[in-house]
Design a protein around this ligand. Structure first.
Ligand SMILES: *Cc1c(COP(=O)(O)O)cnc(C)c1O
Length: 371
């Protein structure tokens, strides 16, 4: 037995969702209640543009915020299965945003962080023991001077994950709550029981989260060095917020298909979640590029990592030099490899993959780094 086993995902069932689909659900109540729609609509009035304009006169927090959100680079992958399929695969490296605050979680937090700074408030949110979202929130809060509060599903007596240790080291105040309590998380007034800080739903899955992704969405279709624009854009999905953000920012666009790869069971339900997020963000008339989901990549369910997936990731990393993790990006590239190897992507297609980060979560899978 490896000495890391106590901190690994496989052995800490207490921090695993009983059923990934339930835990990853977009806030159903909040989505269907007209009152909640109305209140979240006012929330989006948060004037990021004027915040940016005011940043010279504002405190260091806003300047640090603007400094943090630089657009990631695009890299072309040297990958045999793509070469053999005659397909160009490029990667938008949102994992490189910052040493500590990686990926799409930071972009989803962009507007809530700006609002917390301008209102002089903290942020309270929730997640599991390995949550990339809580990890990013704690690190961003420490960087920008925003107090953070995390509601964690599970028990404090379970060994503290490296993710939560990092969050605490970044000053996040943690409350451990039972599964029963956790299920109430999207009820009005829930977070107020713990803190009067600004509430951000699990995974940053809000209208503000969707809106914050706009610059990242544009970077996904930006051409590089005069080469043609991508025709296929891919990303891993959990709550579907990132996919909704990309679709809503890009609007109607000929010659582009955007594909989400669900990483949990019942991935088909994601279609409806994304539609609801789009309707809340841009109204029912919201135009999007053509989009869809590639199902079947969940590899047994959320956060599950069968031996074949670990093996795929090790070979992928050795060949391309690009690090991924088992929960999201490993499944995304495994799905892409499957489509490439089976001739399901036309030769000559340019594919742009969003690397959403989450590499801190590799620590839950010691088998990845075993020889
Ligand atoms: C959370 C997460 C996702 C999924 O993002 P959603 O907006 O919830 O769909 C994808 N990749 C990584 C690395 C993540 O942490």
């Amino acid at each position: 037995m490896s000495s890391h086993a106590a901190a690994s995902r496989q052995s800490t069932d207490e921090t695993l969702p009983p059923d990934g689909a339930t835990v990853l659900s977009a806030p159903q109540g909040a989505l269907s209640s007209p009152a909640a729609v109305a209140s979240s609509a006012t929330v989006t009035a948060s004037p990021i543009a004027s915040l940016e304009a005011d940043s010279s006169s504002a405190g260091g927090g806003l300047e640090a915020l603007l400094e943090l959100f630089t657009l990631p680079r695009v890299e072309r992958l040297d990958w045999r299965v793509a070469r053999e399929a005659g397909v160009v695969v490029e990667c938008l490296r949102a994992d490189t945003l910052d040493a500590e605050i990686s990926g799409n979680k930071a972009w989803k937090l962009r507007l809530p962080l700006a609002r917390a700074l301008s209102e002089g408030r903290g942020i309270i949110s929730c997640g599991g023991g390995w949550s990339n979202h809580l990890h990013a929130l704690a690190a961003a809060g420490a960087r920008l001077g925003v107090a953070t509060h995390g509601l964690v599903r599970g028990h404090p007596e379970a060994p503290l994950t490296p993710t939560l240790k990092d969050a605490m080291a970044n000053g996040m105040h943690l409350n451990f709550i039972s599964r029963a309590e956790y299920k109430q998380r999207d009820q009005p007034g829930f977070s107020a029981r713990f803190s009067d800080a600004l509430w951000v739903p699990e995974g940053g899955g809000s209208v503000e989260g969707v809106a914050g992704l706009e610059p990242l969405a544009q970077a996904l279709v930006t051409t590089c060095n005069g080469e043609p624009a991508p025709q296929l854009v891919l990303m891993a999905c959990g709550s579907g917020t990132t996919l909704a953000g990309v679709l809503s920012a890009l609007g109607e666009r000929d010659g582009l298909r955007v594909i989400g790869v669900p990483t949990m069971n019942h991935g088909d339900q994601l279609y409806h979640r994304v539609r609801r997020l789009l309707a809340r963000s841009g109204g029912s008339e919201q135009k999007t590029p053509e989009w869809g989901l590639w199902l079947g990549a969940q590899a047994g369910g959320f956060a599950k990592a069968p031996a074949w997936l670990i093996d795929f990731i090790q070979r992928f990393e050795a060949e391309t030099g690009l690090q991924v993790e088992p929960v999201y990006t490993g499944k995304l590239f495994a799905s892409l490899a499957h489509h490439l190897a089976n001739g399901m992507i036309a030769p000559g297609t340019r594919v742009r993959v969003l690397h959403t980060g989450g590499l801190q979560g590799r620590r839950g899978y010691p088998a990845l780094d075993a020889a």
